[in-house]
Design a protein around this ligand. Structure first.
Ligand code: ADE
Length: 242
């Protein structure tokens, strides 16, 4: 997968050199480049923002540098990337969206700062490529950079060959619309707290049922919205919730 990120703070994305994302890059699973938006400015001050039309607080990112950046990174003759614009006004980022993005050939992230990017940048881009405004949640960050770190971490771990044990993708929270059951390792007893006996029983059928029950109970307690979205439950699942 190819990923380009445009930001006025490229250093913010330095963690992308680390850990499993860094390894995916080193192995060529992920071809990632971070670009400084100011590369596409032409004045001595390398200006990227201006006051908003219609008044109001803060500054808005001017369209010209963004237009040139997108022309350079998504040239008309090449297959278009999917443009992602992190914004608190975007569609909520979910594990389902992470899977959708992991299937793309080329992602292009445009990190806004201040009050956001002039809307015409997105409108013009949408005539040439799919554009998605994406929000991490109902809160406001200074800019899109941290959102890109989050999105790329969740997408990269879904790419084939990135996780040592792909089975963990199947059991984790949100894999089946549920939160994951609690996990334990050695020692069997620690500070008066014991590992549930069933996990040490070796009975894989009962362990699987116990994990499902715990996942259902936890989800019902913490995220009733997720249980409501599950649809029809079988009688074992219903029993676990009683
Ligand atoms: N930029 C500012 N706030 C954001 C949020 N909640 N999600 C994604 N990008 C953002």
């Amino acid at each position: 997968m190819r990923v380009d990120v445009v930001s006025i703070f490229p250093e913010y994305l330095a963690p992308l050199d680390l850990s499993l994302i860094g390894r995916a890059r080193a192995r060529g699973v992920l071809q990632l480049a971070v670009h400084d938006l100011r590369t596409w400015t032409h004045d001595v001050h390398r200006t990227v923002d201006d006051t908003p039309y219609g008044g109001g607080p803060g500054m808005v990112m001017r369209p010209e540098p963004w237009g040139e950046a997108l022309d350079a990174l998504a040239p008309a003759q090449a297959p278009p990337p999917r443009l992602l614009v992190p914004s608190p006004a975007g569609a909520r980022f979910t594990q389902a969206m992470a899977h959708e993005l992991a299937a793309e050939e080329h992602l292009l992230f445009a990190c806004g700062r201040y009050e956001g990017i002039d809307q015409r940048v997105l409108d013009h881009a949408a005539t040439r490529m799919p554009v998605t405004e994406v929000s991490l949640g109902d809160y406001v960050l200074f800019g899109g950079e941290v959102a890109v770190l989050v999105i790329l971490e969740s997408v990269t771990r879904l790419l084939p060959g990135v996780l040592g044990n792909a089975g963990s993708l199947d059991e984790e929270s949100h894999a089946h619309g549920l939160l994951e059951a609690p996990v334990y390792t050695k020692p069997p007893s620690w500070r008066g707290h014991d590992v549930p006996e069933i996990l040490r029983s070796g009975d894989h059928g009962r362990i699987a049922r116990w994990r499902r029950d715990e996942a259902l109970r936890r989800t019902a307690e913490r995220r009733p919205d997720m249980v409501a979205a599950l649809g029809d439950l079988d009688r074992w699942d219903r029993a676990a919730l009683e």
